[in-house]
Design a protein around this ligand. Structure first.
Ligand code: SF4
Ligand code: SF4
Length: 178
């Protein structure tokens, strides 16, 4: 008997919910006229950002390329006269990207970042291959203050890392080993 009552009660609950929704005003978002604001950490179109000094953050370390599960990032590293590395070219094939965000997690310089901009669909599959000039922006993205070289130090004509005024000696990572 109690089982029958439970079944009837669950039916009544279900139908009452349906009944309530019959008289509610429908909520229809008229996309693309209305674009719902997305959270800043939404994972869509990828950008290459700059540090607060305006320099390119990417040091062409290949970590993002190595971690990408679908191998859609490729690049060629180059070196400036002062020894600083940069990406001579940098390419992302958005036709293959699954927007997992692993590249962003792996990046030591906060250069590569995913943005909420998801409107890059296109029937021309080759137009989804973005080159460095399509990816590089003139701001720092989500991490505006971060400057990799402020923490990593720089080698200049005047001295090695840690030899400059008010600069601490670099940490010997092997000293951290047990
Ligand atoms: S979001 Fe994922 S799939 Fe897309 S480029 Fe980054 S690591 Fe590769
Ligand atoms: S985007 Fe980041 S992880 Fe990828 S090569 Fe540049 S510095 Fe390395």
């Amino acid at each position: 008997m109690s089982e029958t009552l439970d079944v009837l009660k669950s039916f009544a609950d279900g139908f009452s919910t349906t009944f309530k929704h019959l008289f509610r005003k429908p909520i229809t978002e008229q996309y693309p006229e209305y674009k719902r604001p997305l959270p800043e950490r939404t994972r869509a179109r990828i950008i290459l950002t700059r540090d607060p000094d305006g320099g390119e953050r990417c040091v062409a370390c290949y970590l993002c390329s190595a971690v990408c599960p679908v191998s859609c990032i490729s690049m060629q590293s180059a070196e400036r006269k002062d020894g600083r590395r940069y990406a001579d070219w940098f390419r992302i094939n958005f036709g293959r990207c699954i927007y997992c965000g692993l590249c962003e997690e792996a990046c030591p310089t906060s250069a590569i970042q995913l943005t909420p901009d998801f409107e890059i669909c296109n029937r021309e599959i080759l137009s989804l291959v973005y080159e460095k000039e399509d990816l590089l922006v003139d701001h720092g993205g989500k991490d505006k203050e971060y400057n990799f070289y402020k923490y990593a130090g720089v080698v200049t004509d005047v001295g090695d890392k840690g030899a400059h005024i008010q600069e601490e000696k670099p940490v010997n990572v092997k000293s951290n080993l047990p």
